[in-house]
Design a protein around this ligand. Sequence first.
Ligand SMILES: [Zn+2]
Length: 707
Amino acid sequence: MASPSGHGESTCVAVEASRIGENARVSIPQSFIQELLSRVDVVDIVGRYVQLKKGGANFMGLCPFHGEKSPSFSVSPSKQFYHCFGCGKNGNAIGFLMDHAGMGFVEAVNDLAQQVGLQVPDDDVSPQERERANAQRQKQATLTDVLEKAGESWRKHLRDSPRAIQYFKGRGVSGTVAKRYGLGYAPEGWRGLASVFPSYDDPLLEESGLVIVSEEDAGKRYDRFRDRVMFPIRNVKGECIGYGGRVLGDEKPKYLNSPETPVFHKGRELYGLFEARTAVREHGFALVTEGYMDVVALAQLGFPNAVATLGTACTADHVHKLFRFTDTVVFSFDGDGAGRRAARKALDGALPYATDTRSVKFLFLPAEHDPDSFIREHGTEAFARHIADAMPLSRFLIEASREDCDLTTAEGRARMLSNARPLWTALPDGALRRQLLSELAGMGQLDAKDLAELWNAASAQEAGRLPHRGGASAAPAAPRIPSAAGADSNPYADEPPWGASAAEEAWYPPSDVGHGAGVGFERKPFRKDKGDWKSDWKGKSKWKKDDRPQQPQQPPLPRTPAASRTDHAVRLLLSHMEFLEDLTHEDHATLCAQPAPHGLLFTWLEGQFHEHGPLAWAVLREALRDHECEALADRVMTGSHAQTEGDEKELRWELRGLLNRMHVESIKQQQNILIQAATQDPAALVRYKELEVRRKALLDNGQKLDS
Ligand SMILES: [Zn+2]
């Protein structure tokens, strides 16, 4: 597994301190969640992102989770629940914000609470802190309003500026795309915004980065953006948080961005992500480019799934954010030296997230091209081919390691290995990492075993110097013979991107799980307060009748196989929290959908992982004090079954087997819902059959697993 120095650090950097949820803990009382869900309207929430039309008692629209031409996505105002008959996605308002808008749980709860004017309770926060957080939230809302207002005026100016229109036309940008990205034009003149806001002296204009206050010239104020075409930068919720401005000619600086403000953090935001979200899902990958003009031009040319970093290198934060929307990321870089340097930084950012179920690729354009000019010269198809042939992360890691190393000499090979070690160490454990060890060893003319020992010793030495990060073991993975499958994968292919051998593959589910059988968050136990979980489910879902297979009842906890299976999954994840990194979207959904307290504990653990990375059980134990899941955690982590010692690979497989069996249960439940709906909706029957295939595959795997 990953050593603490590599993986741990990066995870720490990657913590996405959600602006709103910074101080919030994940221990939000269920009663509050219930109160919240009773006050918000899922139709409004979904309606912010999906165009909905009334059809009978429900609202229908095009599913945002899968590509479709006719609507099979239904939102029920009476059940406060959405459901797609095409892909099976379903859930409540919180689940929608998490799944579609890419928010974390706490962030989604805060977002909804803010909309209905509720205060998220948090006992750990002092009144002063809460006051401060409130003030900060107010400030942020005000700043985005101010920014939005400036954008409106710039959009108007664009209509009146033939020069700016000509600029966009010259880049092939249509009115439709300009509108979608909210493009505008900041006119010439020093105080253009003075006519937009009631007071040009308002400190908010400076704080939002729109106005610069001169230090030399007696505090003279002037517009930051003058005579530039303007690109609003939106967060995943669609709020305007900053701007990029480009000159129309060749003046310098060519690009100008908003400064860091309370709402805008360059290292975290990706230009175009809000606009690209749906396309990223439809195309199956996100394309990361170097600038906002690339994004807009690519959208125009048939690649609406492009995003860009904002004049900064791609950070681990960026990568982490992208992986909330897709399992495949393709970085595109201009073919010049700057492009290669940027690619090298993106590699560093991507390594900690390159699990076996994800695919990261690097596309290098010919030296004279950016994506826009490349497509213009060679066409859309050539570009798509280029993307398909992009360099896999494994290849780039090796290229980067051997750069300037003469592999015909022992010195050169040693240097190559020393370059490779930090990169390899940053990878999460898995088939990819283990194969790379063998490959690098081969290049260095060492036995994989020798190399593992060498790096093991180096890591141990470092671990002695560095503070040890909880949970993570410092030992590098055991050497392993690479499989024939290799790590190359095509982002369009349905093949699992990990290079598992045929024998191992049986242990894993197919790779389409992220968008397939996810059960959403509808059954998340946070819906359950004191009441009965089963009746809660029945009350909320119209897509099922009462003949659903029996669920573990509680309390008290039953000793059914299902319950002990879930117990064991809890145990494995509490003792090896880093396993969370391997889980698919479907795994997460299934775990979190387990009845309380298990599901609640999984949700909590996921929140901890998101904020802190993998933690040791001792640390988790402390964090669980007085938590409602404390008793469950204590029970599974003590007593005769509590040992989870053994080969880490075996433990991972054990977890895989448990999860597969849980998926089978969850699929059965979905099938029961679908079979009811099938009398009126042929799509439900189709989906039923798809799930049947999936269920059978999982069962087959399960048998292999048991034997
Ligand atoms: Zn769908």
